[in-house]
Every structure is written in structure tokens, then in C-alpha cells.
Design a protein around this ligand. Structure first.
Ligand code: NAD
Length: 490
């Protein structure tokens, strides 16, 4: 398949060819075919200028009117649901069901942001002193930007866009250069939804484009989702340029399997968490900590389940796991598996060297399970971002929590148990921002903050829900006195 899509910037309600449109290849990870070229130097100054020009009018639109294009966007996303899901699968590799699930989660954020007339309300108090009233209004910040990763091409931009514009800001998105096509489709729908030109913009590119956004005087806030090293860089640069910033970083998520967990359900859910989206979810389970006698039954049942997964092109019916994003990613994951094996882990299942008939150009890694990984090793500390589950063993829930605490990341952790006291202890003490109890992917809904602690998050306010409203508004406090004698003058 030759390049069939054109990736353009969406600026001021128009499609623009970025300068230096050569860019990098976007490949279908299942076939290796080139789908498009991703421009690497989009027009940041034009996008920010369009967003700045649109801001005064847009912030003056009453909130109940501002959400009308969001209602239409929700409807358009529903009408184009399967078409967008196919684009997600084609450029990212995940299965169609996984693409549909991601898009549904994204749409839920559009729905939640439609509650802005209630959510954006401020506070007030009469008579803070005699005859003096105090009011707190929330006002939008201005131009805000989001820089997003490859693993959820549609959902993660929708963690930010709906809330930002519903609050009265104007928005510039910088999608991942590895998956720019879903956003091209969504921006087409933005164009039909009735947002005034310049309210929503998308600019393509890599580091130079990100740097230009971080340095631009008129960009007031930066949201980032991606790996921790880049999160740290963006957090520092945005702060140095006086911007409000929230950065969601990488992850290394643990699941603790207690001896009293339901064997069948636990193994099935953990297999889905570890190998769903080929392990390329920031909430994927990466380390299973078996406590006591759960070791034997868990290792054998998870191996059987993982071995039975059908790996292939996510567009095909029956395929349960797709490829990883690029050939380079596959090489990196396979090198980490080799390292784990070299450090004493036993491969219960080794997904290296997998070739899927008919898709020899694809970047496939089979489900991999490494048992007996030393608790403090490169494999338990490194984000692999592939279908690799490390299994370590602990004697108690306390020891399992200590293992989680020793890891620098703090995105999510789950426990599987039928013991309420163990579950409560875990919920209370696990040092992660998202906790699952008998849940494999501890994903918060749109109306809760997408938390994340320690090296998985830099900032104070998270994405989604009420945190998004706090992030995208500034508080203005007004204190008023209207003496009677002054009123008589008019
Ligand atoms: P990435 O950090 O490579 O890229 C993310 C974004 O940053 C992209 O838009 C990219 O163009 C840009 N970027 C990359 N390098 C840059 C640099 N040096 N300077 C400025 N900008 C740069 O991440 P990725 O590989 O696309 O995504 C996978 C990562 O995202 C994983 O680490 C995963 O855990 C993380 N992630 C985290 C969450 C979360 O909620 N915490 C959610 C999804 C993904």
C-alpha cells in the first residue's frame, strides 16, 4: 500500500500544508506498509496566532452556547465511530475492539465536558463584612496546548480538548508524529461541529514544534502525556517559560495476586491487562507479584491463557493482540526480554522472533512471561511497553506493597483477593495514583481525575473531570461594596 493519507495542519478552520512537509514515514505496524508521511515542522506561530485571535470572542460566548458544538461533536464521533476505529487500528496496531473501546472512552470526555455550565461555576458569599460581598469566578486562561503520545491516538487528545474549549480557552493539539491520522479524521469532524475558526487547531511535528509551543508567549498552559524523560523535559521547559503545566509520564504497573483470589477470573483479567493493546497501555500490568501459594496456579494458568492468544492484524476478526508500534520498538522489547533471561528469569513463554503468516512485514512480539525475575532488576524497574509480564514472588501483602514502593513509577497497581482486609490495606497503602481491586486496568472514568503519582506524573492537577476544570481556568476573586449614599448619586 503506498501513501494514501495526507497529513496537514488544521489551523483557523482550514487545512494547511506545513512548511517542510517531507516528514517521517507513518507505517501500519501490522503490515509495515507506509500509510503517510508525518510532517515534522508544523506552523506553530500560525496555529497560536489563529487560537489567540479566536480567544476574545470565544470566551465571551456563554458556556451553555459553547457546549453546543461539543454536543454536535459527540454525535459526529458516534456517526463515524467505526471509520475512526479502523484508522486507529491501521496506524496504531491495536485490535478493532480495543480501538472502539478507546474511542468510547474519548467520547465520554466530550459528554462530561458538556456539563461545563455547572462544573465551571464559582463560589460566593454575602456579607464577608457588613455590606461587603465576595465572589469567585472561573475564567479561561487563553491559548492552551496538549502534546500527546502514540498509544491512544484518539482518546488522549480527547482527555484535554473538550474541557479546554468548554471552559472558554482556545486549543492547539500536537499529536504524536507516529499516529497522526486519527486526528486528521477527528479534526474533519471538528470542522463540521460548528466551532468558530481558530478555537481548535492541530499542528504536526516533533521536538522543534513542541519547543516552539513551550516557548511561545501566548501559550498559557501545557498538557503532556508520554514517556517520563520527555515529561520531565516538558515540565521544566514549560515552567521556565511561566506556563501552567501537567505532565503524565511512563509507568510500571504491578498486580498483586493473593492466594485467595479467584483463579479463573484473576488469570483472565491479568492476561487482558498485560497483553491487551500489546502491552502498550500506560495502565497495562507489567509485573505480577504472586503472594504465597498463588505462584503455582497463577503461573500455569496465565501461561496457558497467554499462549492461546491469537496474534495478528487487529483489523481481522478473531485477532486478540496486534503488533507493537514499530520495528525499533520490537527490537527494544526483544532486547529487554533477552536481558531478563540473562539475569536468571525463566521464560514461561517467549514471544521473540514471532512471524505472523501473511504479515511478515509487521512488528509482532508474542506474549511473553518471565518467571522468577529478581525483585530489584532492570526488568522490574524499566518500562518495557510491550506484551511482557514479569512474575516476582512475595511472602505477604506487606512485602508486595514494598516492591511497588521500590519502583520509581506510580501510575497504577491492582490487587486480586477475596479478603476485604487485605484489599483495604492495599487501597490505603499502595503508592500509586490509580488502584484496582479485582480490576486489571485501573482506569478512571472521564468524570474522575486520571491520577498517577511519582515518576508517572509531574504537576498538581490531573487530566479529566473536575481537575480539568481547575487546570483550564483561573480563579478571579471580586470583593464588592455598594454604599447606599453612592447609589443615590446615580
Ligand atoms: P513520547 O514521550 O516518545 O512522545 C510523546 C509526545 O512527545 C509525542 O507527541 C512526541 O512527538 C513528543 N516528544 C517526543 N520526544 C520529545 C522531545 N525530546 N522533546 C519534545 N517532545 C518530544 O511517548 P510515546 O512513545 O509516544 O508514548 C508512550 C509513552 O507514553 C509511555 O511511556 C507511556 O507510559 C506513556 N503514557 C502515559 C500515560 C499516562 O496517563 N501516564 C498515558 C499514555 C501513555
Amino acid at each position: 500500500m503506498s501513501a494514501q493519507y495526507e497529513v496537514l495542519d488544521y489551523i483557523g478552520g482550514e487545512w494547511r500544508k506545513p512548511p517542510n512537509a517531507e516528514g517521517v514515514e507513518v507505517r501500519n505496524p501490522a503490515t509495515g506498509d507506509v500509510l503517510a508521511r508525518s510532517p515534522m515542522a508544523g506552523s506553530v506561530s500560525e496555529a497560536v496566532a489563529a487560537a489567540s485571535a479566536a480567544f476574545p470572542e470565544w470566551r465571551a460566548v456563554p458556556p451553555a452556547e459553547r457546549i453546543q458544538p461539543l454536543f454536535r461533536l459527540k454525535q459526529l464521533l458516534d456517526e463515524n465511530f467505526d471509520a475512526i476505529a479502523r484508522v486507529i487500528t491501521t496506524e496504531n496496531g491495536k485490535t478493532l475492539d480495543e480501538a472502539r473501546a478507546e474511542l468510547r472512552r474519548g467520547i465520554e470526555n466530550v459528554e462530561t465536558a458538556c456539563g461545563i455550565p455547572l462544573m465551571m461555576q464559582g463560589d460566593n458569599l454575602e456579607n464577608v463584612a457588613r455590606g461587603i460581598d465576595e465572589l469567585m469566578f472561573r475564567q479561561p486562561l487563553g491559548v492552551v496546548t496538549a502534546i500527546t503520545p502514540f498509544n491512544f491516538p484518539a482518546m488522549i487528545p480527547l482527555w484535554f480538548l473538550p474541557y479546554a474549549v468548554a471552559c472558554g480557552n482556545t486549543f492547539v493539539l500536537k499529536p504524536s508524529e507516529r499516529v497522526p491520522l486519527s486526528i486528521v479524521h477527528i479534526m474533519e469532524l471538528i470542522g463540521q461541529a460548528g466551532f468558530p475558526p481558530g478555537v481548535v487547531n492541530a499542528v504536526n511535528g516533533g521536538k522543534p514544534v513542541v519547543d516552539a509551543l513551550l516557548e511561545h508567549r501566548d501559550v498559557k498552559a501545557v498538557s503532556f502525556v508520554g514517556s517520563t524523560p520527555v515529561a520531565r523535559y516538558i515540565y521544566a521547559q514549560a515552567a521556565a517559560h511561566g506556563k501552567r503545566v501537567q505532565c503524565q509520564g511512563g509507568a510500571k504497573n504491578h498486580v498483586v495476586v493473593m492466594p485467595d483470589a479467584d483463579r479463573e477470573t484473576t488469570s483472565r483479567i491479568v492476561a487482558d491487562s498485560a497483553f491487551g493493546c500489546a502491552g502498550q497501555r500506560c495502565l497495562a500490568v507489567s509485573v505480577a507479584v504472586t503472594v504465597g501459594e498463588s505462584r503455582d496456579w497463577f503461573c500455569s494458568s496465565i501461561r496457558d491463557l497467554a499462549a492461546s492468544l491469537k496474534v495478528g492484524n487487529g483489523l481481522e476478526t478473531g485477532v486478540q493482540m496486534g503488533p507493537v508500534i514499530t520495528a525499533q520498538s520490537r527490537e527494544r522489547i526483544e532486547a529487554l526480554i533477552a536481558k531478563g533471561a540473562g539475569q536468571g528469569a525463566q521464560a514461561l513463554l517467549d514471544g521473540r522472533g514471532l512471524s505472523v503468516p501473511g504479515y511478515e512485514g509487521g512488528s509482532f512480539v508474542g506474549p511473553t512471561i518471565l518467571d522468577g525475575v529478581p525483585a530489584a532488576s532492570e526488568l522490574t524497574g524499566t518500562e518495557i511497553f510491550g506484551p511482557v509480564l514479569s512474575v516476582v514472588h512475595a511472602g505477604s501483602v506487606e512485602e508486595a506493597i514494598r516492591l511497588i514502593s521500590d519502583c520509581e513509577y506510580g501510575n497504577a497497581a491492582s490487587i486480586f483477593t477475596s479478603d476485604g482486609a487485605a484489599a483495604r490495606k492495599f487501597r490505603h497503602e499502595a503508592p500509586t495514583g490509580n488502584v484496582g481491586v479485582n480490576i486489571g486496568v485501573a482506569a478512571p472514568m472521564a468524570y474522575f481525575p486520571f491520577s498517577g503519582w511519582r515518576a508517572s506524573f509531574l504537576g498538581a492537577l490531573h487530566a479529566q473531570g473536575k481537575d480539568a476544570i481547575e487546570f483550564y481556568t483561573d480563579k478571579k476573586v471580586v470583593i464588592e461594596r455598594w454604599p447606599k449614599e453612592w447609589s443615590r448619586r446615580f
